[in-house]
Write a protein that binds this ligand. Structure first.
Ligand code: NAI
Length: 425
């Protein structure tokens, strides 16, 4: 049985200090979470609730966990990826009153799922997931808890896809907010967050430049758009691969080269997958690639680049740099995989995840969704729910206020005009 991280670290005091400093830095740049923290501290909306979380345990997530605990909840948290946890932050969180953290970096599959079970052992009344592993484990192995669960909130595209598939099969037995899909999350976190942090992580891990490179971006959804735009902004040539005709057309009209992976494979210097799908880069593509290419994945699971096929093709593999595994082919070409094909912006050794300001928005939405479940949970039936627009707007207004940005409101006449079908030419 997994124990909290504090029972497993050697230099616990040092780790807690370091983690606390990272959290203090983050909260300074998180005005939305800061404002909600004050509100929750005063109102204690989560008193008596047990919140189970499976998320990337780093400083910004820690701020979210802490504001839920400050609002009265008992919080149990673990990671949602074996490589994205910052152990010092996990240790600092575990020291906060009302929080138990099981997250540790570098766990194997068995330890990963044991930690999920340890969180479930707290009998959560609310779940906060990034990828849906908690919801899945509860439904598969602990269905007796479902009666006392008010609801959940899901952070990412892949988690929402999985939840919708579960809902379509009639298997989702409590309400879950699709936090990912709401504008205050998706248009900032997926686009700017993934774009900036993936590029930063790849550059820092390799010490290589973007200028003059050909970057192949697979998937032109929200994440792909961000990655393509930021790569282009760093003077790279961008090729987009897609399977959805309108997305392919959008990329084409944006000025990117659009082509099948079978052609792009031979041209790219850097490959970044953002599809949420599997087997996007496979054996035939590896065979066409140039010597020295970088392969990185920014999608949720490590199945976008077929590493089994790459291993089979390789005559030698070695760690070229911290976070870079080189696969040497029989003809001498070296193909370099970052972060074992896991989320490159979160799982390289130096990765910091999305910029703090971006996560302030995403986690602001998470926090108001948890508050909504406590206040109005009975209004939501089992299934996937859009985040109510009033909550999304509330978060936007807090942010605009913090930024000192004033904006217009509709006059009564304008509101009446916009709501009317009777005004014509
Ligand atoms: P999305 O659904 O908006 O975009 C995915 C795109 O990939 C779609 O346009 C789809 O047509 C395309 N696609 C699917 N299969 C493909 C294939 N075989 N080849 C080429 N294109 C293909 O999803 P979004 O929001 O962009 O998320 C993508 C992934 O990134 C998800 O797994 C999500 O969970 C993850 N994500 C990662 C983040 C990070 O921090 N790295 C942050 C947010 C999301």
């Amino acid at each position: 049985m997994t124990t909290p991280i504090s029972e497993r670290l050697d230099d616990l005091d040092e780790a807690r200090d370091s983690g606390r400093r990272k959290m203090d830095w983050a909260i300074q740049h998180m005005p939305i979470c800061g404002a909600l923290r004050e509100q929750f501290e005063a109102d204690q909306p989560f008193a008596g609730e047990r919140i189970g979380m499976a998320m990337h345990v780093e400083a910004k997530t820690a701020v979210l966990a802490e504001i839920l605990a400050v609002g009265g909840a008992e919080v149990a948290i673990t990671g949602c990826n074996p490589l994205s946890t910052h152990d010092d932050v996990s240790a600092a969180l575990d020291a906060v009153d009302g929080i138990t953290s099981y997250a540790e970096r570098g766990v194997d599959d068995e330890e990963y799922y044991e930690a999920i079970e340890a969180v479930i052992g707290h009998k959560p009344t609310i779940t906060v997931d990034d990828g849906m592993d908690l919801v899945a484990a509860i439904h598969e192995d602990y269905p007796e808890l479902i009666d006392t669960i008010i609801g959940g909130a899901e952070e990412t595209t892949t988690g929402v896809h999985r939840l919708r598939a579960m809902d379509d099969d009639g298997e989702l037995d409590y309400p879950v907010f699709a936090v990912n899909d709401t504008p205050m999350k998706r248009l900032f976190d997926n686009v700017h967050g993934t774009g900036e942090s993936s590029l930063a992580s790849i550059a820092m891990t390799t010490n290589l430049s973007w200028a003059g490179k050909t970057v192949v971006v697979s998937g032109y959804g929200d994440c792909g758009k961000g990655v393509a735009k930021k790569a282009s902004g760093q003077n790279a040539d961008v090729i987009v691969t897609e399977v959805e005709p309108r997305r392919a057309l959008e990329a084409h009209m944006e000025g990117y080269d659009v082509k099948p992976m079978a052609e792009a494979a031979a041209e790219g210097d850097v490959f970044i997958t953002t599809t949420g799908n599997r087997d996007v880069i496979v054996e035939e593509h590896f065979e066409a690639m140039q010597d020295g290419v970088l392969l990185a994945n920014a999608g949720h699971f490590d199945v976008e680049v077929d590493l089994d096929a790459l291993s089979d093709l390789a005559v030698d593999t070695y760690e070229a740099r911290n976070g870079v595994q080189t696969y040497e082919m029989a003809d001498g070409r070296r193909l370099n995989v970052l972060a074992e094909g896991r989320l490159v912006n979160l799982a390289t050794p130096i990765a910091l995840g999305h910029p703090v300001e971006v996560m302030d928005q995403s986690f602001g939405v998470q926090a108001v969704c948890v508050r909504e479940l406590v206040e109005n949970g009975d209004d939501y039936e089992a299934g996937v729910h859009a985040v109510p627009d009033r909550l999304d707007k509330e978060v936007a207004e807090i942010k605009l206020d913090a930024e000192g940005v004033d904006f217009d409101s509709l006059t009564d006449t304008q509101a009446e005009y916009m709501d009317s079908w009777q005004h014509g030419t």
